[in-house]
Each structure stands twice: as C-alpha cells, then as structure tokens.
Design a binder for this molecule. Structure first.
Ligand code: B3K
Ligand code: ZN
Length: 885
C-alpha cells in the first residue's frame, strides 16, 4: 500500500466549507506494533450536531478493517460500507462509541505518510506523519483539522525490537506483557486535530535536559536519534531551550505538557513536523556538528527547531479550521521564526536571507502557472499547497500587519488572538479580527492580500520642484493576471521610505496633508490603497534620492526611475544594512541589463565602483559585505527576461561577477582571502561565520578571473579545513570550476563521510553544480551510485532537486535531454512517493517563459507525463496546472 490513485481528482473548495456533522470528543488508540503488520484499535466517543441528519462518515485510506463495534455490539456487514476511502456507519447517535480494529503495513509504506518504517527493516524504527491527511492511513476518523479530540494512546510491541515507545502527550504508565512484549501509555489532555497525532517506536538513544517555564512548570526535554547520530543533537537542544525562553519573553507563551520529545529521522518528506509533544524532524534539520555541518545548516537547525516549537501555540493550541487556512499557522509561524532568528543572529542579514528566498522561490511561483493565493480557493491535493506562497509570502503578510500595528499593538493583538481562540480551530478572519479589535482598527482590508495571487508591481517616480521646495512621489500599483484571476484589485501597500541628500544624509520628512507622523522624522510609512497615488514632501531643499520599501515593507516588485548613481549612493551610505543590499541588488540588475543590451555600462560601472570602495572599507561587517558582493541569482535575473535562455542568463551573470572581480583586482582579492584564511576557526559566533562567508565569496570572485590561483587556494583550503563550511566551500569552487583537483577531493570526501548520510547528500548536491554541459552525464553517473536511492527524499532532493533548481544552466539543455531525464525519474518516483514527486515536478514551473526551443521541449516532456496512466493525485494536479493554466 502506498497511496490511492485517482484518475479524476475531486476539487475541494473553500466556499463549500461546512462544519462537521460528527465530531469526536475523545479517542483511545491501541497499537500492536510490527514492521510488516500493525493492528490499530480506535475507540471514538462521538458527538453529533443536532441540526444535521447525515450518517456517520469517517475517512480511511488503504485500511484493512478487522472488526467494528458500535456501542459495544459487533456491527453486521449490512450496517457499514467502506468504499472510496470513506467508511459509512449506520445507527450511530450522539454519545455513541465506535470501535474499529484495522491492519496497516508500515514496511510497505514508501509514501512516508501515515505509519511507516525509517531505515532498514532489521534495525529501522517506526514513526508516523499525519499532516495533512495521514491519520486516515492509520485508522478511521473524521480526518479534518476542525475535529479536536483528547487522546489516550497505548503502544504495545516486542521489547527487544522496539525498546523505546513514544506518543504525543504526557506519559501515563508503562509495563511488561507476555512473550517479551511491553506497553507504554500517553495521555494528551489538550484537544487536538488528528494531523497532530504521532508515535515513534524502535531503538533510539536520547539526550535530556530539564527546563522550567517562566511560571515554574518543570518540563523534561528529550531528543531522540539513532545511536550514530545522538552525539550531534546538542546544538538542537540548545536551540530548543532558547526558543522556549524566547516565546515566553516575546509572546508570553509557555509550554504546556510535562515532556517535550523530539525525534530525528533520515526518511522524511519535508523539514519537520510539530506533532503535539512529539516533534519529528528530518535529521537534516536537527543534527549539527562542525565536522559535518555548515554555518548555514546550523542556522537552519536553529530556525526549524524554533519553528516547530512555536507551532505549539501558533498551530496546535490555536489550529486551522480547514486546510485553506494553512497560512494562519504557517505564515504566522514563519514570521515568528524569522523574528527569533533575527534576534539570535543579525537582523539585517536575516532580512536579506528572507527576501532573497522570497524572490528566488515565491516570486517565480506567483508569476507562473502554479500561482495561487496565500489562502487558496481550491485544491485537489492539499499537500501540494505547502508552498513558498503559503509559508514565505504568508509571513510577509503577517509582517505587514505587525508593522502596521507597531510592536506593542501587535503583541496586544496576538494576546487576544491566542486567548480567544485557544483550544479552537480558527480562520484568517479570526486572526485579523482579533488583531484589529485589540487595537481598535479594522484589518480586514488586508484580507485581499490573502485572496489575490500574483506579485504586485509598484512603480515609483519622483519630481523635485526647486521653486516650491517640494518633492512629489507618484506611486502606482498593478498586479498581473494569474490563473483563474484575470482581474486584480489594488491592495493596501505599506511603503516605508526615507529621502537622502547628496551627502547620504536622511532628510526630515514633511508630508503635505499627511496624517502627521513624528515631526522631523526621517523615516515614514505611507500606505498606498489605490491604483495610483501622489505624495508631496515639503521643505525639501535639495534633489533627494528616495529610499523606498525600506526593510522590504511589502512583498512587491519595485520599479523606480533611479539613476544608477542614486542607487550607488544608497549602496554606499544607507545606514540600514538591508537597504544597502537592496540598492546593490537593483543596481546589479541594471548592470545585468547593460551587459545583455551591450549598450551603456553606466550601471555596471557604478555597481563595480561602489562595491570596490566598500571592499576596502575595513569598518563594514564581513557577512554583509559577502552578501553585497553577491548579485541576484540566475532565477531572479531570469524573471527580468521576456523569453528566458538559462544558458544566456548564466553567462551574463558570470560576466557580471567577472567585471566586479576585475574592478576589485586580483591582488586585493588574494590579499583579502589570505587575511581571512589566517583567521579561520571553528567558532560559531557571528563574526567567525561572517569571515567564512566572505572568504568563500572572495574565492568565488577570484575564480572568475584567476582560476588557477583560486583552485590552488581551494585545494589547500579543502585539505586544511577545520569545519564543513570551509571544506564544502572549497569543494564547490573546485567542482564549479571543473578544476583537475576536484576529482581527488570528491574521492576523499566520499571516503571520509561514507557513514554520514547528510554529508553524503552534500557530496551528491555539490556535483550537480558542475558547469552546464558536463552535468547531465554526472547526474546519470551519480544515480547509478550504490548509495543513491529514489526511496529517500533527502537523497532525491540532493541529486535531482539541486540539479534542476540550482543549476539552471546545466538543467535547461537546448536539446531537452535534461527535461526528459527528470520526467523519467518523476514517473518512477511517483509510484513510490507522490509528495516528493509532485514537489520535484515544480522545478519545471517556469517552462512557459523559456525561449521557444526549450519551451517546446519542456512542454513535450511535461505532456508525456500527463499522458501516463496511474499518476498520483499529487503529481496529476501539478502537471495539469502547469500545462493548462
Ligand atoms: N507542518 C509541517 C509541514 C507538513 C507538510 C505536510 N505535507 C511542518 C511545518 O511547517 O512546520
Ligand atoms: Zn510550520
């Protein structure tokens, strides 16, 4: 049993929502666990809505029904029907108890949804994944998030094979049974939806820490992992404690059970899962040590640990009424996670990282056939909607609202939201309603952001009137049509701005007819509500340079008639690190246009000059400098093209970096590299991380103009690297440069990390970054490697995901062979794991904007997939949307 196939996927619509006719107040689950066969007994205490006449219907997929009792009586076959994943039962009434016993087959479950086996059958362990609709693969239940029940779970299993038995909630006894078996019980007093159920059983080791909440509740924190990984869990434990304290201090939210369990697995479809009291993590986001993890991975562990913990309130205590409200928990929790990471590290660098991600992952989604609103109106497979739009754009929407209310107002609103909806399933209207009510304001106009897909384009133009001493800023917004949404409304867009004079000083702002703002303030937020609006600034004595959308105050694409020199001025002088970076990104994009059009080089010169000046400025933070020296990625630059030729974009971006490297100069690059390399340590503090980040960027720039020296330095760096950050950076420079030294380094890496799957994933991923024409052969060689398997999502993403998403030059081959290989593998993968195949397929999302030759080849490949019989509902929805939107 893997997943159900459905030729014509049913469409679920937000507008069809109805409260459930049947609810469950309490569930008692008993598991008799086995690798090949597990029996699940469920006793459901039913509640029936008085005004609804429907019979009892429960979800259940691929279940073998062994027994069924209603109110203690075995039901005759005539009293129930199980078809199309629904069990219908006659005779139930309010207060009835339904008991079912079913059999499921964990080891045969390759979809990794429901109850499955992680690792080899001799020593692997059992675990569950229920969000969004995995619980119905375990037992019959109204598997929807607005049915909240308390849970009592008893696990029974062979003690030698499954020494550790865990489920969500508080421990409530354990003991021995006959025949070497044992049992353990867990009680979760907090009503929860079925998607938050979890169990884990097997041979696992643990680390423990005692934690006391702000109000004095003792909590035992336990992280579990297999024996070879438990030594790499300390950092996650540290991050967990910091997250718990941070949520107490910043949102007044405390943990609410006696234990908090976290488990690491190598076999997981996504990053991690916030199951109540029993978080389950992809090992990639839990394990960290200097020998095998990069700085970026440490920060990712910190962020994901925090994210899952924060869900305990934003998601678990207050959950979603239906899956259309997914961003209610995900957008909000990403926002909280971003705030936490900004507090733990550097706020401007975190903002740069988040905006770069939004542009790389979400803007293309919003611009293509898979575009959907943050609150989608319909879906056929909800797992396809765990997207950058729901998560990252959803977080930007919360950020806009938070900015609008101010720090204290937002906290007041969140307090009301959490207390009013605690223990309930809520909607986005509930969220905005509570935030608005606590602040005496109406936030419902922001709902249009949740309903409308597509990235708004904001155009800005300025006019200075010396005689009147006024500066007039004209802003206009326009959102291009997206699938099923041809007409767009203007949205409320908060534009945070400042005006700079010639010397890089911020001017005091006096907005004519404005609502005040602090007199003489140098930064203001203007909220645009119409298609076009004008703002007049008075008492302006010099032609100003506007700095718009500061801190990225709204998720829009800004088009402004800046002169390159204006952007260069902001890049050099803006006191805010994020805005500086933003000016540099805009200038680099203009420089890219210069190179493409082969006409003026004004922007290119301004960009290179400004960065060369900053390069020799010893006061600037190393990590910020590294980011400033990085032009927008190929995906972002492609968004500027009408017809995309990825090879062309790649070549131009390389040229851009070459110009910059030449302007800084070979000697200066080498000198800076040597100086940074001499300081290399293992330390994880921000300064040390920043130095490593800059060192990598400097080496990459050097490789553009002096590959021989860069590869010699990279080889030395690889050989002597104290940390994975340095080792992988060096390996990446060698591989991307196709250096002769790469071969030996790759062999060494493979040998050294043969027993570490996460490090081996990096070995696969780095090789997908070979220069364009070489990489297809390498991908084929790598998939023939004994350690490659389509059954492991991390390995699939390391090889096929990295190739198709992070090496556009190598993936989008003119002859279409890249598309054909990917599609072939998607067919195989889909039979094993539809969630992973559907996600990987979205790498083809931008196909409609490719130049005609590649577009034809990509379309043919996608169409051949669409013709395949028996495709999963997941992949069908993605393929059909890509072809027909
Ligand atoms: N809520 C989970 C994601 C579940 C994905 C289901 N396909 C992880 C998270 O966002 O925290
Ligand atoms: Zn989440």
């Amino acid at each position: 049993m893997t997943s159900l196939r459905d030729a014509s996927p049913a469409v679920i619509r937000l507008s069809d929502y109805r409260a459930p006719a049947w609810r469950v107040s309490h569930v008692e689950l008993t598991f008799d666990l086995g690798i090949d066969s597990t029996e699940v007994t469920a006793r459901l205490q039913l509640q029936h809505a008085a005004d609804r006449a429907e019979p009892l219907r429960l979800d259940g997929e691929g279940l073998e029904l062994l027994a069924i009792h209603l109110d203690g009586e075995a039901l005759p076959e005539s009293a129930w029907r199980y078809a199309d994943s629904v069990l219908e039962v006659d005779g139930a009434r309010d207060g009835s108890v339904l008991e079912t016993r079913v059999r499921v087959q964990p080891a045969a479950n390759t979809a990794l949804e429901g109850l499955y086996l992680s690792g080899p059958r001799e020593r692997g362990f059992l675990l569950t994944q229920c969000e969004a609709e995995g619980f119905r693969h375990i037992t019959f239940f109204p598997d929807r998030p607005d049915v909240l029940a308390s849970y009592t779970v008893t696990l029974r299993a062979d003690r030698a094979r499954f020494p550790v038995l865990l489920a969500g909630g508080n421990p409530d006894g354990a003991g021995e049974l006959d025949n070497g078996r044992h049992w353990a019980r867990f009680v979760d007093p907090h009503p929860k939806p079925s998607y938050l159920f979890a169990l884990v059983a097997g041979r696992l080791e643990k680390i423990e820490r005692a934690y006391v909440t702000a109000s004095g509740r003792p909590v035992q924190l336990v992280i579990w992992a297999e024996a070879d990984a438990i030594g790499r869990c300390e950092y996650a434990m540290d991050a967990l404690q910091r997250s718990m304290r941070w949520d107490e201090q910043n949102y007044g939210r405390e943990y609410d059970l006696d234990v908090f369990h976290v488990v690491a697995t190598h076999d997981f479809n996504m990053g991690a899962m916030e199951n109540k009291g029993l978080n389950i993590f992809n090992a990639k986001y839990l394990l960290a040590d200097a020998d095998s993890s990069t700085d970026d991975e440490y920060r990712a562990v910190e962020a994901v640990v925090a994210h899952e913990y924060f869900h305990n309130w934003s998601g678990n205590r207050v959950t979603c009424r239906d899956w259309f409200q997914l961003s209610l928990k995900e957008g909000l929790t990403v926002f909280r996670e971003q705030q936490f990471s900004a507090d733990m590290n550097s706020a401007p660098l975190k903002r740069i990282e988040d905006v770069a991600l939004l542009r790389r992952a979400q803007f293309p989604e919003d611009a293509g056939p898979l575009a959907h609103p943050v609150r989608p109106a319909q879906y056929s497979e909800i797992n396809n909607f765990y997207t950058a739009t729901v998560y990252e754009k959803g977080s930007e929407l919360v950020r806009m609202v938070a900015g609008h209310l101010g720090h204290e107002g937002f906290r007041r609103g969140m307090d009301l939201y959490f207390s009013r909806h605690d223990g309930h399933a809520a909607t986005l209207e509930d969220f905005l309603g509570a935030l608005g009510e606590a602040n005496g304001t109406d936030l419902l106009p922001f709902l249009s952001w949740y309903a409308q897909a597509g990235t708004p384009r904001l155009t800005a133009s300025g006019h200075y009137d010396a005689a009147q001493r006024t500066y007039t800023l004209t802003l206009a917004q326009h959102t291009p049509a997206t699938p099923n949404q041809p007409h767009k409304q203007p949205l409320p867009i908060p534009v945070k701005l400042a005006l700079f004079d010639d010397h890089g000083q911020m001017l005091p702002l006096h907005v004519a007819d404005g609502d005040g703002g602090a007199a003489g303030a140098t930064e203001r937020v203007l909220v645009m509500e119409k298609s076009e609006q004008r703002f007049v600034f008075q008492h302006v004595d010099t032609v100003p340079v506007p700095s718009l959308l500061r801190g990225f105050s709204a998720p829009v694409i800004l088009e402004c008639d800046y002169a390159p020199a204006d952007l260069a001025r902001l890049l050099r002088h803006d006191p805010d690190g994020f805005n500086r970076w933003e000016a540099g990104q805009q200038l680099a994009a203009r420089a890219f246009d210069n190179l493409r059009d082969g006409t003026a080089t004004e922007a290119l010169d301004a960009w290179c000059d400004a960065l060369a000046a900053l390069f020799s400025d010893s006061a600037i933070d190393a990590a910020l400098l590294a980011d400033l020296l990085t032009p927008p990625g190929e995906i972002e630059l492609s968004e500027r093209e009408r017809l995309v030729n990825p090879q062309h974009v790649h070549a131009l971006r390389q040229q851009l970096q070459e110009s910059l490297a030449l302007r800084i100069g070979q000697a200066a690059l080498i000198q800076r590299y040597e100086a940074l390399n001499a300081q290399t340590t293992l330390a994880l503090d921000a300064i040390s991380q920043g130095q490593r980040r800059l060192k990598r960027r400097v080496l990459e720039l050097l490789a553009r103009i002096d590959p021989w020296t860069a590869h010699t330095l990279a080889t030395l760096q690889y050989d002597n690297a104290p940390s994975m950050t340095d080792r992988l950076a060096a390996l990446s420079v060698l591989v991307r440069g196709n250096a002769p030294q790469a071969h030996a380094a790759l062999l060494h890496f493979r040998e050294r990390y043969a027993d570490n799957p996460l490090a081996m994933d990096k070995w696969f991923a780095v090789q997908t970054q070979l220069p364009g024409e070489l990489v297809l052969d390498r991908v084929q060689m790598l998939e023939a490697d004994a350690t490659f398997t389509l059954k492991n999502p991390n390995r699939v993403n390391a090889l096929f995901g990295s190739w198709a998403r992070s090496n556009p030059d190598g993936f989008h081959r003119a002859d279409g062979s890249g598309y054909r290989l990917l599609v072939e593998r998607l067919r195989e993968l889909d039979r094993l794991n539809p969630q992973v195949s559907a996600r990987l397929a979205t790498a083809l999302n931008g196909w409609q904007r490719l130049e005609p030759h590649r577009r034809t080849a990509a379309k043919a490949a996608i169409a051949s997939l669409a013709e395949q019989n028996g495709l999963s509902r997941n992949l069908t929805e993605i393929v059909q949307s890509m072809l027909h939107s």
